[in-house]
Design a protein around this ligand. Structure first.
Ligand code: NDP
Ligand code: ZN
Length: 365
């Protein structure tokens, strides 16, 4: 079968031939439909994030997938069912308490592998295998957008944790600011603007006023999407993050999806009293100056919170699926800028300003 992988010492992704995997007992065989590409894949390809499976000379890419059960192999899945896989799996030396209590997203580094990111092969192949407890049923009619379940689940978890940090008092947020205008930022912006009516989704608040900060000049396709959503574009070249309260308003909620490390600290200044910032970006080591006293003081005297959050698990995928059912289809269509095939995969890894979300399509329903 064809797979898209990074090989040790190579510059970029390559199409390789691999044997079709045989499911072990307790695992099903999945036929891949589509796999999304995001900033994390670019970091993995560039070598700044993640790592190869032990003893292997390559890693199959891809952690945002939608697939069909090809061979249930004695599990309680049904052949033909559409599913989306979660990303974390137990490390090679066995399971641990985080997996046993169904919270692998809370496991510290070293206590997990992540398919297509660190220590395990991903889903960018014609087939993959998985135990059923890591597969979430996905509505067949939305299969083309199934790869969005993973990134949306990341935001579901971020919202759960951020809002939990504000649950001790009467918090009535009205304004939200998303930092970053690629795939994760834009789909999150839509979730905050439109809200999701579902008991399973943590995106159940719709904010009165939403903003999205980027560093691009108009005309730009992502700015068009921001405005179609009904949000206000903030150009950080004109309006640095810490000046947003003066030029727009102080924010009840900030969602950082840039990976630009100064944003973590400037977020504290952009927040309104009692606000919360969720940090998602994964920067490299970077030394710079900040006014630590001021940040400390702001956090304390204005009851502000910063929450770091990574990965997600089954309940977040379930919320994400409900969110995807409610997000307008024009938005999902606008976000998908490239559908590549394994035969000509290069366009999926182009990263120009007209690329928002690229996917590799292995098969269709
Ligand atoms: P991208 O790297 O594709 O997008 C980053 C966005 O941030 C781009 O729109 C970029 O602008 C913008 N940006 C970067 N620096 C600045 C700046 N100084 N001012 C304004 N805008 C800026 O990533 P994704 O959308 O896929 O993901 C966002 C971040 O979240 C990444 O760091 C990624 O690693 C992380 N991530 C974290 C997860 C988690 O579980 N915590 C899961 C998934 C992703 P431009 O395009 O113009 O360069
Ligand atoms: Zn991702």
């Amino acid at each position: 079968m064809k797979a898209i992988a990074v090989e040790r010492g190579s510059e970029g992704p390559a199409v390789i031939e691999k044997p079709r995997p045989e499911p072990e007992e307790g695992a099903a065989l999945l036929r891949t439909l589509r796999v999304g590409v995001d900033g994390t894949d670019h970091e993995v390809i560039g070598g700044s994030h993640g790592g190869f499976p032990e003893g292997e000379d390559h890693m199959v890419l891809g952690h945002e997938a939608v697939a069909v059960v090809e061979d249930a192999n004695g599990t309680d899945l049904d052949e033909g069912d559409v599913v989306v896989p979660t990303v974390r799996r137990p490390p090679a030396d066995g399971s641990n308490e985080y997996f046993e209590r169904g919270e692998p997203d809370m496991a510290p580094e070293g206590e997990y592998v992540e398919r297509g990111i660190v220590g395990d092969h991903g889903y960018m192949a014609e087939y993959f295998t998985s135990p059923p407890e890591y597969l979430v049923p996905f509505p067949e009619n939305l299969w083309e957008y199934g790869f969005f379940a993973e990134p949306v689940s990341i935001t579901e978890k971020a919202l759960e944790h951020a809002y939990a940090s504000r649950s001790a008092f009467e918090w009535s947020p009205e304004s939200a600011l998303v930092l970053g205008n690629r795939s994760l930022g834009l789909i999150t912006l839509a979730m905050l603007e439109f809200g999701v009516e579902s008991d399973r989704s943590f995106a159940d608040r719709d904010f009165d006023r939403t903003y999205c900060l980027g560093r691009r000049e108009r005309p730009d396709p992502t700015v068009d999407v921001i405005e179609e959503i009904g949000a206000t574009y903030v150009n950080s070249n004109e309006t640095p993050l810490e000046t947003v309260p003066e030029t727009h308003e102080a924010m009840d909620f900030v969602y950082e999806a840039t990976g630009y490390a100064p944003h973590a600290f400037e977020t504290v200044e952009a927040l309104a009293p009692n606000g919360v910032g969720a940090l998602l970006g994964i920067p490299d080591s970077w030394e710079f100056e900040v006014d630590g006293g001021r940040i400390h003081n702001e956090l304390v005297l204005h009851n502000k919170a910063l929450v770091g959050t990574v990965n997600s698990h089954v309940k977040h995928f379930e919320g994400a699926i409900d969110a995807l059912k409610e997000l307008p289809e024009w938005l999902l269509e606008d976000l998908v800028t490239t559908v590549a095939t394994p035969e000509d995969v290069a366009p999926a890894f182009e990263y120009g300003h007209d690329q928002i979300k690229a996917v590799v399509e292995f098969d269709s329903l």
